[in-house]
Ligand binder design. Structure first.
Ligand SMILES: CC(C)(COP(=O)(O)OP(=O)(O)OC[C@H]1O[C@@H](n2cnc3c(N)ncnc32)[C@H](O)[C@@H]1OP(=O)(O)O)[C@@H](O)C(=O)NCCC(=O)NCCS
Length: 201
């Protein structure tokens, strides 16, 4: 949502991320249901009206930080970051586990795939998660066969923490393997310091 804690727009490499307008969503809908996009998604083909309604609802949900990615004035991707509770002992409530994790997601227009855009989008969302939102940990899941998606996470230094054997159901393939990746706040800060050369002798 457009929370006062979160600065929009925010840069993502050559792209700019910001909350979606109605016309942005119209642009997303031009590619959102293409088979290259839906092949490895859980929410496969979307109904345009339902899709717009869901984005409107997300815009007022304080735990949901969804954005579109623009290259100039073209919408070439989307990003999502949902803040959730971590596992935690409930007798301490509110405890550090409340709102301590965020789940990351990203989509790129297939006509712009392979140009590093998803990596730029996901990197900017990790900055948001570990920066303004101050979460402890970010996770993301994908089908094991979605190599482009897990490559994005590995390029950003996320760790494959789970290889679920046949834990995911795919409409064409049946039961297939899934991966869960994660990263901690301190790991992201360390990787930023290394990337900027900060702390180098
Ligand atoms: C997955 C997706 C987000 C990647 O977007 P992208 O902008 O092409 O990603 P990037 O260019 O930042 O990086 C992709 C990486 O995967 C690699 N890759 C792409 N297709 C691949 C394939 N079929 N097999 C193996 N690696 C592949 C690229 O070479 C690149 O890695 P490299 O930089 O080491 O060469 C995009 O393809 C997409 O939106 N797919 C449909 C929706 C989806 O699956 N979203 C993720 C849900 S978990």
């Amino acid at each position: 949502m457009t929370s006062p804690d979160v600065r929009w727009p925010r840069p993502a490499g050559p792209l700019v991320l910001r909350p979606a307008t109605d016309s942005d969503l119209d642009e997303v809908l031009r590619w959102r249901n293409r088979p290259e996009v839906t092949r490895w998604l859980l929410r496969t083909e979307v109904d345009p009206d339902a899709f717009r309604r869901v984005w409107r609802e997300r815009a007022v949900d304080p735990t949901d930080h969804a954005a579109v990615a623009l290259l100039g004035d073209r919408v070439v991707g989307t990003a999502s970051l949902q803040v959730v509770d971590a596992m935690g002992q409930m007798h301490v409530d509110p405890g550090p586990w409340r709102g301590a994790e965020a789940e990351l997601g990203y989509l790129v227009d297939p006509s712009h795939a392979g140009r590093g855009f998803a990596t730029a989008i996901a990197g900017a969302m990790l900055d948001l998660a570990f920066g303004e939102l101050g979460v402890h940990r970010v996770t993301a899941g994908c089908f094991a066969d979605n190599s482009a998606s897990w490559r994005v996470m590995e390029k950003l230094g996320m760790r494959r923490e789970q290889h679920g054997v046949q834990d995911s159901w795919h409409a064409e393939l049946g039961w297939v393997d899934g991966y869960t990746y994660a990263m901690l706040a301190e790991e992201w800060q360390r990787s930023r310091r290394t990337a900027t050369g900060e702390g180098a002798a």
